[in-house]
Design a protein. Sequence first.
Length: 82
Amino acid sequence: MFTYFPKGVCSSRYDIEIEDNKIVSIAIQNGCRGNLQGISSLLKGMDIDDAIARMEGIRCRGNTSCPDQISKALRAYKEQQA
């Protein structure tokens, strides 16, 4: 389990389970519940690198968004594993 605390968004914590470079699950605290449940569901089984490529740079009300912060969380996970 990898925990990440996003910055600049409504959500406050991501708990991400990863196995063999694939997202097993992601639990997101706070934020837009319906949208984040949908994003979490779509990410299940996705390769980390594919998820980063699809979500990195998405903006909402400023310089970042929940999808962008998830991409940052996945990058942080990869750096920790290196």
